[in-house]
Write a protein that binds this ligand. Structure first.
Ligand code: 13P
Length: 286
């Protein structure tokens, strides 16, 4: 069933677990994520990035919402990293229940003003806003952020930021990076504890790909209630396609085989999605 993101995130926090937020780009990824959630009997979040939305438009949003609606477990649909207030409004109008209003590259005061305006907008659609303070190194949907420019969340600013914006969730930068990067920095758990002491909204950890499982579990224990996963699942999807292409070789009529490819990619995604989803359960996070 389709539910609101914030309900899932608050419930996860209350139970001391996290809710997995998986980026999706098409129906196969969406189905793989929902099927894994149903098998585990746990809720999940499907999230759409700006490039995916710009490419798939309303049909992508509608199919993602439809997959959530018919799911046997609670599923929410979220807009990931968006600095375009117009697109945030469009996604709320389509029926998404939350968005990351990403003002993290702006100076502090401008990030507050931008996030606050997104919170006011979201309220008109009974939606909620995830905010971001500090920003991540690595890559996210084609945007490359130089490691050198990466900035960690300042715990001293966190309280003021949430009080001034009214954002419902806070994404933190504690050494986490987007995607696979060589020699990723260790997570700064002390900083996470300081941030958690400053704000009473659920905390979000981006860039779960490549973080050792034990560190993820520790972060969940320390209050991370939404965990974002993109590259790991997307890579599994792409390698399923590449592997199929190598196996099948040159084929005069590929159309005949397309559904086989889609079926296989769905099957091959099951393992990685399930393994990521397991991290969110009480057992996996224990
Ligand atoms: P990864 O690509 O590292 O899994 O990060 C995903 C993410 O944070 C989406 O917002």
């Amino acid at each position: 069933m389709l539910v609101n993101t914030i309900e899932l995130v608050r419930e996860a926090r209350r139970r001391g677990v996290a809710i997995g937020a998986f980026n999706t780009y098409n129906l196969e990824l969406t189905r793989a994520i929902v099927v894994a959630a149903e098998k585990l009997g746990q809720p999940t979040i499907l999230q759409l990035g700006v490039q995916a939305i710009r490419s798939g438009g309303e049909p992508l949003a509608v199919t993602t919402l439809a997959a959530a609606r018919v799911s046997r477990v609670p599923v929410a649909v979220h807009l990931d990293h968006c600095s375009d207030i117009g697109l945030i409004e469009t996604c709320f109008a389509w029926g998404l229940s939350s968005a990351l209003a990403d003002g993290s590259r702006l100076p502090f005061a401008e990030n507050i003003a931008f996030t606050k305006s997104a919170v006011e907008l979201a309220a008109r659609y009974s939606g909620t806003i995830e905010s971001e303070l500090g920003y991540l190194a690595g890559t996210e949907d084609g945007i490359t952020v130089e490691e050198i420019e990466s900035s960690l969340t300042d715990p001293a600013q966190a309280h003021e930021f949430i009080a001034a914006t009214g954002a419902a969730m806070l994404a933190v930068s504690i050494g986490n990076v987007h995607g696979y990067v060589p020699n990723p920095p260790p997570l700064d758990f002390e900083r996470l504890a300081q941030i958690a002491a400053q704000v009473d909204v659920p905390l979000v950890l981006h860039g779960a790909t490549g973080i050792p499982r034990a560190d993820i579990q520790h972060a969940i224990h320390m209050g991370i209630a939404k965990l974002n996963i993109n590259t790991e699942v997307r890579t599994a999807f792409l390698s399923a396609i590449a592997g199929w292409g190598v196996r099948i070789g040159p084929e005069p009529d590929l159309r005949k085989r397309l559904w086989l490819l889609l079926k296989e990619s769905l099957n091959r995604l099951s393992g990685p999605v399930t393994s990521c989803s397991m991290l969110m359960t009480k057992k996996g996070a224990a």
